[in-house]
Design a protein around this ligand. Structure first.
Ligand SMILES: [Zn+2]
Length: 164
């Protein structure tokens, strides 16, 4: 499974990759050297909008994905990363990570979250995830419509690229 380290300009993309289950290291405070040493140490591919950093990574023999600076659409970015690293764009509820801290989420039962989640949410949704590190509970709330729309958009773009 490909693991990545994402540069400081791509926080939004990092959160998306985590939701899609990709082990994604990211910090707003990373320096270029920290990104490169992290990639080395942990065998991660670099994902960057910085052409200089991209070139340094390649010179060091690292895998690196360059996101052109005019790419602002996150679906477009996901397609570039998926194509370069051979990933599929798919939401797998058994393999998803905390968008905040990258920890693998556990699926938990309604009973386990009944004291944490508001009752109306508990009634409305069936699947809940728990982050053992930040103790946050996730469910496919209203924002999920946007998430699945963007995933679908990226998937169809990727498929178009593959078949052409
Ligand atoms: Zn977390």
């Amino acid at each position: 499974m490909v693991r990545v380290v994402v540069d400081t300009m791509l926080g939004n993309l990092a959160r998306w990759l985590r939701v899609l289950g990709v082990d994604t290291e990211y910090s707003r405070r990373f320096t270029d050297s920290e990104i490169l040493s992290n990639a080395f140490r942990e065998g991660r591919a670099v994902v960057t909008k910085d052409l200089g950093l991209h070139r340094r990574a390649l010179r060091l023999g690292l895998r690196s994905v360059y996101i052109p600076p005019d790419t602002t659409d996150v679906a477009e970015m996901l397609v570039i990363v998926a194509r370069e690293l051979g990933l599929s764009i798919e939401f797998d509820k058994g393999n998803t990570r905390c968008p905040i801290c990258n920890t693998k989420l556990s699926i938990v039962s309604k009973a386990q979250v009944s004291t944490i989640v508001p009752p109306e949410v508990l009634n409305k949704y069936d699947t809940f995830w728990y982050c053992p590190k930040c103790h946050k509970v996730y469910w496919q709330g209203n924002h999920w419509k946007t998430i699945s729309y963007i995933i679908e958009k990226a998937r169809s773009k990727l498929n178009r690229v593959n078949t052409s």
